[in-house]
Design a protein around this ligand. Structure first.
Ligand SMILES: NC(=O)c1ccc[n+]([C@@H]2O[C@H](COP(=O)([O-])OP(=O)(O)OC[C@H]3O[C@@H](n4cnc5c(N)ncnc54)[C@H](O)[C@@H]3O)[C@@H](O)[C@H]2O)c1
Length: 1561
């Protein structure tokens, strides 16, 4: 048998850890030889088993065969499902039963082959089976190899938490076979690397340096499968394998050492918990989505930051740790998109994390303990250190607050981090130079790291760290460079400077024998950034540079042919980095280089000068050529051939832009700050800030060649600057702006502005480029300064700031930082003097000054506190918009001819608001019409005037108005801005109408000036502007769809819904939600819903809402309507269903723009693994609750019990604090029960639909039937009280409706002579569902009722009784009146669209029903009600009953002030006549209709169908619509039904049956 080379590690005094490659034969042999037993049981999980079990089996078989002993031992295997859920009591019990069943005895040896799950579980089984049996760990994940298998900790999980039950039980052997890692998924490998890095970080800097610099080799060792068991023996082991093994062995050795000293974790062993205090808390929230090592990785960074803020660890340490973890693809912050986008991440509040940390095993009492690093490779104490909650909370918080005060460390002497530009140049120069150079103050950033890695790959230099990483020692390679190892590409991430510099560096590589080329590549973004001009120049010079993907971008393949040199022509108008790249490499060209810059204006000359200056320090003097005549410098440089000679030390200049912040703090607080490393000799433009900005503001500035000291004037006396051109130091303008904000003294003489708005004006110019930096910095300063109450003005190339007494600045500003380090640091300066200033995104400083907040506290002496931004305020961040203002006026825009006036007036009428037409306002102001105005002046003048009017209207009518604007209002940017600003708080509605119709309509209209161009062209131009300015769209489809959709009634209904909703006057939300009743929505999740439109009524039976999947809609009509994601329900949709797994920013964006719509925050568990009993489900609920108004969680049922668990979950969540309505269902057939039990907005289907939107979906009727059968919907009895009622249509009406909806109720007649015992008995029965009351009991019933609706009170009659269940379970009887609504609705749906509010109405008769009629007319806005009755006395009673209605009794029909357009007769048909001469009946004449060509006439009498009044109308009033008593009965019945059941009555089905029955009788 082949032998294996093993490296052994000792633990607890025994060499029991054996490490190597391809060890299975070795393991089996060792186990059989040294652990004799009657039974060997191998445990693994299915993943590992499928890959590796066969070899174990064959080896054991062979090994057992070869045993000499007489009794053959047994070899048994047991495979469990993979994953954490197997680490359970249940699984342990199953295994124990298996062992017992197989008669395993105390001599049994258990082998755990797998990851930590198998190791922990089997270890614990071994610890307790027969009071402990021997076991062997054969870890197959890296985590298990370096961590869980070593140390003897074994455990299982319980629902109360992980690893809560277990034992210390040491394995006999731990076999580390690194070849297992070849099959391990990459993410699992990285997961283990977190532990490896952790161990090196606390213990061994050398180990850490190896991990830091050799990550690509380490990955290579597991990525390429080893053939023929290579690695098993030393001779066949590759160097990558050797490295991997030594990394693993190194890590294990540290752990083994610590365990040996402190087996039971009392002190030293705590150290291995570095990163775990915070990491575990994160894991508790994010598990199982995020792996243990990933959480620990973030935990390490946060704990390192804690160490940094305590002053124990320098930023160098934090930076190294961060980059190292990143190199192994581990997350390093909670804002990593992989984490931030998880729904559960929203539960990662500081409070929650601190709470979880309370129960850490390391804590002493309430005090939390964290392992504090003092540098890479060492800890502050030999155990975890107690850390105050405030420190942890500050580190965890996303935002900070500065406590204003005088910096306690003044006079301050400090350095700022190294400049990035100088760091990159210095690295390259030292690497190309001869000799050793110690670089100090190097900036630790991604860019510099990438540069170092690349130079190492090119074997151009050697790097090592000194002083705990403060100094980088570079051993220069004198320009000798080689092609990287075969197949190795140089990966540059998104490091722009490195990519540009290295492109030329790669041409310097000397020829290799193998003909290999150097390949440099980067991430996706890098592959888009330009490199073309540089490549062109190099190619023209003879270098062979090929693009491997896109032309002009990385990746590049470069031949190792050296740089030829001589004249190189370069286009330098895009980037000065191309110039620096060639300059830096030029000395190593074969011929002396003359670099000529061509192609227009050279960009960023200061950076070219910086390169040349630094080259000089390294011994090469570049000569810039001059014009021989004018002596002016030319864009041509001569670079002598030669070698850089490395200075022994090179001190990298501090970043001059960064230096402006501490200096500004000195200025604003009247204290003193000295910045080392930046002085008059500085290479950076921003070094001039002290002299050119701070000095004229009144500061004392002393600048030596290498140092700058600033002493501020007495606090509150800074001088404004007047005019200042900051072109040479653009980045520093933000610092200048915040100082200018509190500069209250006038500028120095000579600096004043003649045209200044205020004496304290600072006008900063020359900074236009700052609009395209990390954010639009000019805008950012203006917006954020405004939060402090500071006024500013934007200029074309800068801004003006008007200084204000700092005591008058607004406190408590929450500064949005736009992820821009400079914004955050600049506003920190203001935070030093203005109370409660919050900087919202503290981490954005990481780009250039990662420890800014710590330095502010530790080096400057200002106290910093962590601030947890409330989730809501994050969601409603200032960039998002403000909450909608209820009842804000609605602005209407749209093409001329789109129906703005029509829709606007209708909206005004339904909202009972005033309508304002901008054209009318224009005429009123200018005394001439629009057409005339344009004629007299011109279009631009008109547009200006129009914009002015817009401003005036918005200011004059902020609430309660509909403001309709001219079609061209969007033509000017100023007006568009006004509209867009308004849309942040109020609705701007774009009326959309098909352009063909608009064209047709405009052909007939002449009131406005003609377009002078094609309407279609105007349409195309304005359409995008309308869209840009509006926040809602109302689609005015006038002729497109079927008649029913465009009937005046449907338009009115839609206008009522839409404007009621968006204005907030009557948000159209599902009432059953509020009542805690059951509610349903119909899933119309089809690409085309047009075929469904005619059946809408049937389809929506029982439904409270309809769900449209806008992402699915396919028809062109639909596409025109919707974009996806829906722009915050532009169409006024009531509920918006958002997946909480969407990117956070998208969610926030939508949530802030939801207006009066509600958000359903939903989570679909597509994996089907969500357990309703799990913490994950609770976390999901909480995340969704924080975003939405309604929570929706969809899981999948595999068994009936899953539905019971769901039910229990919903009950629990609904009882929790801040509960929100929850939609919770299980998908699949097994989940049907959950659809029945769900209360809130259950999705339903309908038999008429072609297919179900989801498997398991039920119809409304099915659900009701099921609910009834399981006792959740008891049958109720309903009645009609009255006499005579035998002919009543009400039973037909209601019973049809019950049946259609699948409700188990019944409606009967109860005819009695009086309201007596019979009625009293039914209304007090527990089965009483409700009753209709008719003549003659509408008044008599009132004393039996507990309360009345306001309508019933006003009318003085009750026709509906509703038993209402109170919270305490008692039932009260509520009386309402739906007669008036029946009348009102019948009139409203027949009113001509031109009649928005009928001015006058006529009521015939003065009996009980006429009260409802008058009340209905009043509700329609009718101003004059004529009352026509035979007896005047009863008419007068009515007049006094409605004191607020203008009721005029008429003796004779036709004598009106305003002719009525609505007529309601309430007298029996038999009591009316159309014969003038007839007596005993009320005379009805044509005079009723004579003066109005259109109107609605209602006859409340049921029979005959055509009463004398309706007959007269049919015969003489063609434009009048008639309403039969039966129509009113139906209409009031629908309302009644709704009041009883909470459901919409199925109108069409009911009407059909009732009409038939009526016709029969
Ligand atoms: N006892 C301790 O001191 C200690 C320390 C740290 C972690 N733990 C425990 O360890 C567990 C996590 O261990 P883990 O990360 O190894 O998880 P794991 O055991 O679940 O393994 C991770 C995944 O990788 C698969 N896998 C394992 N080896 C493989 C291979 N060679 N090729 C292909 N697939 C392979 C597994 O089937 C599984 O799907 C947790 O339960 C944790 O509590 C214990």
């Amino acid at each position: 048998m082949t032998s294996a080379d093993i490296r052994k590690v000792s633990i607890l005094g025994r060499d029991s850890i054996h490490c190597g490659f391809h060890l299975i034969p070795y393991i089996v042999r060792t186990v059989l030889d040294t652990l004799p037993s009657s039974t060997y049981v191998l445990f693994t999980d299915t993943n590992v088993g499928n890959l590796h079990l066969p070899l174990f089996e064959s080896e054991f078989d062979a090994g057992i065969d070869a045993l000499k002993s007489q009794i053959r031992p047994r070899f048994i295997t047991y495979v469990i499902p993979p994953g954490e859920t197997s680490k359970s009591r249940e699984c342990k019990a199953e295994i124990e039963d298996f062992l017992l069943l197989n008669k395993c005895t105390r001599d049994t040896v258990l082998l755990a082959v797998g990851g930590g799950v198998i190791g922990d579980l089997i270890g614990f089984v071994a610890a307790t089976f027969m009071r402990g049996v021997r076991f062997v760990q054969i870890p197959t994940t890296l985590l298990a190899m370096v961590d869980s298998s070593v140390g003897g900790k074994t455990a299982i999980d319980t629902p109360h938490g992980k690893n809560l039950i277990g034992a210390f039980w040491q394995p006999e052997y731990i076999f580390i076979d690194a070849a297992f890692l070849e099959t391990l998924p990459a993410r699992e490998f990285s997961n283990g690397m977190a532990e490896v890095i952790k161990t090196a970080a606390i213990w061994n800097e050398d180990e850490f340096s190896a991990l830091e610099s050799r990550f690509s080799e380490i990955f290579a060792a597991i990525q390429t499968p080893s053939k023929d068991y290579s690695g098993r023996t030393q001779g066949t082991r590759s160097s990558a394998q050797e490295l991997l093994l030594s990394v693993i062995v190194g890590s294990i050795s540290v752990k083994a050492h610590i365990v040996t000293i402190d087996e039971r974790e009392t002190g030293l062993r705590n150290l291995v918990n570095f990163g775990h205090t915070i990491g575990h808390a994160i894991e508790a929230v994010l598990t199982p989505t995020i792996l243990h090592g990933e959480c620990v990785s973030i935990g390490m960074i946060l704990e390192a930051e804690v160490a940094r803020s305590l002053g124990a660890l320098s930023q160098v340490g934090v930076g190294r740790l961060t980059r190292c973890l990143k190199a192994y693809n581990l997350p390093v912050s909670l804002s990593d998109p992989k984490i931030a986008n998880l729904p559960a991440a929203r539960s990662l509040t500081v409070e929650r994390l601190l709470d979880i940390m309370k129960v850490d095993k390391k804590n002493s009492g309430p005090q939390k303990k964290i392992v504090i690093l003092s540098r890479i490779g060492a800890t502050y104490e030999q155990k975890a250190t107690v850390v105050a909650d405030t420190v942890i909370s500050r580190t965890l918080s996303e935002a900070v607050k500065i406590i204003p005060g005088i910096p306690s460390k003044s006079p301050i002497h400090m350095a700022t981090p190294g400049s990035k530009s100088i760091s990159n140049r210095a690295l390259l120069l030292a690497a190309l130079g001869k000799g050793t150079c110690r670089l100090k103050n190097l900036l630790h950033s991604d860019d510099t790291q990438v540069m170092m890695n690349a130079l190492m790959e090119l074997k151009g230099a050697k790097f090592s760290w000194e002083d705990g990483g403060e100094t980088l020692v570079v051993e220069g390679g004198s320009g000798t460079l080689s092609v990287p190892a075969k197949g190795k590409e140089i990966y540059l991430g998104n490091a722009g400077t490195a990519a540009r510099f290295l492109t030329t560096v790669c041409t310097l590589v000397q020829s290799s024998e193998t003909d290999e080329r150097t390949v440099i590549t980067g991430n996706a973004r890098m592959k888009q950034r330009p490199i073309g001009p540089l490549v062109d120049a190099l190619r023209e010079n003879g270098s062979s540079v090929n693009y491997l993907e896109s032309q002009g971008c990385l990746p590049l393949s470069i031949a190792p042919a050296g740089l030829r040199g001589s004249t190189i022509k370069l286009a330098a108008s895009v980037s000065s980095q191309y110039v620096s790249s060639i300059l830096l490499c030029a000395p190593y060209a074969q011929e002396q280089v003359t670099l000529e810059l061509v192609g227009g204006q050279v960009i960023s000359q200061p950076y070219i000068d910086m390169t040349i200056a630094m080259m000089k320090t390294f011994g090469i003097t570049v000569i810039r050529q001059t014009d021989s005549e004018t002596q002016k410098p030319l864009d041509a440089y001569m670079i002598p051939k030669g070698h850089y000679v490395n200075p022994t030390d090179y001190h990298i200049e501090s970043d001059a832009s960064s230096a402006t912040y501490p200096l500004a703090i000195a200025a604003i607080t009247g204290t003193e700050v000295t910045i080392a490393n930046i002085g008059s000799g500085s290479l950076q433009g921003d070094a001039r800030f002290a002299k050119e900005v701070l000095e004229p503001m009144g500061c004392e500035v002393i600048q030596t060649e290498t140092e700058t000291t600033v002493r501020g004037p007495p606090i509150g006396t800074l001088k404004a600057l007047g005019h200042v051109d900051m072109e040479p130091m653009t980045d520093a303008f933000l610092t200048a702006s915040v100082l200018a904000a509190v500069a209250v003294s006038p500028p120095l003489p000579g600096r004043e502005l003649s045209d200044a708005k205020h004496i304290t004006t600072t006008r900063i110019v020359g900074i236009a480029n700052q609009r395209v930096k990390e954010c639009n910095r000019i805008r950012a300063m203006i917006d954020q300064l405004a939060k402090f109450g500071v006024e500013t003005r934007e200029l074309e190339d800068g801004l003006e700031v008007y200084g204000k007494d700092m005591r008058e600045l607004k406190e408590g500003a929450s500064v949005h930082c736009y992820d821009d380090h400079r914004v955050a640091m600049a506003f920190s300066v203001l935070g030093a003097v203005v109370k409660e200033t919050v900087l919202e995104e503290k981490r954005c400083v990481e780009k250039t000054w990662p420890n800014w907040w710590d330095d502010l506290e530790n080096k400057i002496g200002l106290r910093i506190e962590g601030v947890e931004l409330a989730e809501v305020s994050v969601v409603a961040s200032p960039s998002g918009g403000e909450a909608p203002q209820a009842l804000a006026s609605v602005v209407i825009i749209g093409m001329r001819g789109s129906g703005k006036t029509f829709i606007g007036e209708l909206a005004a009428s339904v909202l009972e608001w005033s309508f304002v037409d901008a054209d009318v306002a224009f005429e009123a102001k200018h005394k001439i019409g629009v057409r005339e105005f344009v004629h007299q002046h011109d279009w631009p003048a008109f547009r200006t005037a129009e914009t002015e009017i817009l401003g005036e209207l918005l200011a004059t009518y902020p609430v309660g108005h509909i403001i309709s604007l001219g079609g061209g209002i969007v033509e000017t940017p100023a007006a568009r801005e006004l509209l867009k600003t308004y849309a942040k708080k109020g609705p701007v509605v774009h009326i959309v109408r098909e352009i063909d119709e608009v064209v047709k309509y405009l052909g007939e209209e002449t009131a406005r000036p003609a377009y002078g161009e094609l309407v279609i062209d105007v349409f195309r131009r304005r359409e995008p502007w309308f869209k840009e300015c509006c926040n809602y769209e109302f689609v005015n489809y006038t002729g497109v769809l079927t008649g029913s959709v465009t009937s005046p009634d449907s338009v009115r209904r839609e206008v009522t819904r839409f404007f009621g909703h968006i204005s907030g006057k009557q948000p159209n939300l599902v009432p059953n939600l509020a009542n805690g009743q059951r509610s349903y929505f119909l899933s119309l999740t089809y690409p085309d819903i047009t075929p469904a439109l005619p059946y809408m009524e049937e389809l929506t039976t029982g439904a409270d809402a309809i769900e449209l999947r806008v992402d699915l809609l396919r028809s062109p009509y639909a596409r025109q309507l919707y974009t996806f994601p829906p722009p915050s329900g532009r169409l006024g949709v009531e509920y918006i269903d958002l997946e909480i797994s969407w990117p956070k920013n998208q969610l926030e964006n939508l949530v802030t723009r939801k207006g009066f719509s509600q958000i359903i925050a939903s989570w679909h568990d597509w994996s089907g693994s969500l357990q309703w009993t799990s913490k994950q489900a609770e976390d999901l609920y909480r995340s969704a609750r924080d975003i939405g108004d309604i929570v929706k969680i969809v899981g999948k049922a595999n068994r009936l019990e899953d539905n019971l668990e769901l039910y229990e979950f919903v009950s629990r969540m609904s009882a929790s604090p801040n509960a929100k309505p929850i939609i919770a269902i299980n998908m699949g057939l097994e989940g049907q029960m959950s659809r029945i039990l769900n209360k809130t907005l259950s999705p339903i289907t309908h038999p008429l639909l072609p297919s179900k939107a989801a498997p398991g979906q039920l119809s409304f009727t099915q659900i009701q039937t099921a609910l009834h059968l399981i006792g959740q919907l008891p049958a109720k009895n309903f009645y009609l009280f009255g006499t005579p009622i035998a002919q009543s249509m009400s039973p037909t009406l209601h019973n049809t409706a019950f049946q259609t909806l699948g409700l188990p109720h019944k409606y009967d007649l109860l005819e009695t002579t009086a309201v007596g015992d019979e009625i009293k008995a039914v209304i007090s029965s527990p089965n009483f569902g409700g009753a209709s009351v008719t003549i003659p009991f509408k008044l008599d019933i009132i004393p039996l009722l507990d309360s009345l609706s306001p309508h019933a009170k006003a009318i003085g009659a009750v026709n509906t009784i509703i038993p209402q269940k109170m919270l305490d379970g008692t039932v009260v009887l509520y009386g309402d009146n739906t007669d008036w609504l029946g009348i009102r609705n019948c009139i409203l749906s027949r009113l001509p669209s031109s009649t928005r509010n009928p001015a006058a109405g006529l009521v015939i008769g003065a009996g009980g029903t006429s009260r409802a009629a008058i009340y209905a007319l009043k509700s329609l806005g009718v101003r004059i009600v004529y009352l026509y009755n035979r007896t005047r006395a009863s008419a007068e009673t009515l007049v006094s009953a409605f004191p607020d209605v203008d009721i005029r009794i008429v003796e004779e029909l036709g004598s009106w002030t305003i002719a009525p357009s609505v007529v309601v007769s309430t007298v029996p048909a038999s009591a009316t006549t159309t014969e003038a001469s007839a007596t005993g009946a009320l005379y009805i004449s044509e005079a009723i209709f004579a003066k109005q060509s259109e109107g609605v006439v209602v006859d409340m009498a049921y029979r005959p169908a055509v009463t004398p009044l309706l007959g007269l109308a049919d015969a003489t009033a063609k434009g009048w619509k008639t309403v039969r008593g039966l129509d009113v009965l139906l209409e009031q019945g629908y309302v009644q039904f709704n009041l009883w059941t909470g459901r919409q009555c199925p109108r069409r089905a009911v009407a059909e049956v009732v009409e038939k029955a009526y016709a029969k009788n």
